[in-house]
Design a protein around this ligand. Structure first.
Ligand code: PMP
Length: 321
């Protein structure tokens, strides 16, 4: 009788998640080898934050702000979660709201890409209100504040720009992961600033682990820029959680430089990233040039998924061969 000579390995099930929300945090980190190869004594690492449920780094603070709201008693099941967002936080709020059973209302600038709008509004069922695209994320902030002021009791507003739970999410997760994943070798941390939660929270914790770690922010060089998710602080409503004095430095990146880096990350590293990741990468390379020796960690907040249909992405993501 013929015997089956193929041993069928049973898959080892590592763990079962209670819900998709447990897939927030613990993202991979990769070495950026090709783009960093001219720096013989600098290693550059990036955390791939689109591996979070909801597809971006903003799932971390969104979950923390909602769960801290629940713990404080301010968020109850009769309340609607309301906030302003340029997209990623909104997707995370909508997803988390759906899983936990909350209604979600989001103020977004009209020019948020259509994939994000559909994810928020159609897939995860949030109610969207749209602000003037020329006013950028500040227009959405003003709109959310107005809605809240008209009916205060109806809403729970996490207010990501002013809520310490935003940076604490990175203090307790992102930074701890970076420190472990680099085996305590990280010497510099650099990240783009939107609400500033990532740079403030991760930076604070990394400095607690090792006070000699230097923390840098990446900022768009121009007031009118195309790096979605980042803020030009001098001309914007300043987030309450942002403390510029905490930083060891800021690096300004032009929109074209960020887009060019998006293309290079794609072609040289096989990483399909969003615009702010391009800015973070460019910032890391500027820093590498300055320091000459060290271990730089950064975050790539989201993937290119949302940007592939925009003219800008096509323009900069195809090399002129
Ligand atoms: N990149 C993208 C794509 C974002 O959506 C955001 C958040 N607005 C950031 C970077 C900046 O992150 P943070 O709000 O933590 O400063």
């Amino acid at each position: 009788m013929a015997t089956n000579t193929y041993a069928v390995e049973k898959p080892v099930i590592q763990r079962v998640d209670e819900s998709i929300l447990q897939r927030i945090g613990n993202t991979p980190i990769v070495r950026i080898k090709n783009l960093g190869k001219k720096f013989r004594n600098v290693e550059i690492y990036a955390k791939l934050e689109w591996y979070n449920a909801g597809g971006s780094i903003k799932a971390r603070p969104a979950l923390r702000m909602i769960e801290d709201g629940e713990k404080s008693g301010k968020l109850t099941k009769d309340k609607i979660i309301l906030d302003s967002t340029s997209g990623n936080t909104g997707i995370a709020y909508a997803l988390i709201g759906l899983v936990k059973g909350y209604r979600v209302k989001l103020a977004i600038p009209a020019n948020v890409c259509k994939e994000r709008k559909r994810l928020m509004g159609e897939v995860y069922k949030a109610e969207l209100v749209v602000s003037d695209p020329l006013e950028g994320s500040d227009g959405a902030i003003r709109m959310a504040r107005k809605i809240l002021s008209e009916n205060h009791d109806k809403y729970f507003m996490p207010d990501q720009y002013n809520n310490p739970s935003n940076w604490k999410a990175h203090f307790d997760t992102t930074a701890v992961e970076i420190y472990r994943q680099t085996e305590s070798r990280v010497t510099h941390f650099i990240a783009g600033i939107g609400t500033a939660g990532t740079v403030m929270g991760s930076g604070r914790r990394l400095k607690m682990f090792n006070p000699s770690v230097k923390v840098y922010a990446v900022e768009p060089a121009e007031a009118l820029h195309g790096i979605e998710g980042l803020k030009h602080m001098e001309t914007s409503i300043r987030p309450g959680i942002y403390d510029e004095n905490f930083l060891d430095g800021k690096i300004s990146i032009k929109t074209e430089e960020a887009y060019e880096m998006v293309r290079l990350l794609q072609e040289e590293e096989g990483l399909g990233v969003g615009h702010s990741s391009g800015a973070a990468m460019k910032g890391a390379l500027v820093l590498a040039e300055r320091i000459g020796k060290g271990v730089i960690a950064t975050v790539f907040p989201d993937s290119c998924e949302c940007y592939v249909t925009t003219g800008n992405f096509q323009r900069y993501s195809t090399s002129q061969k």
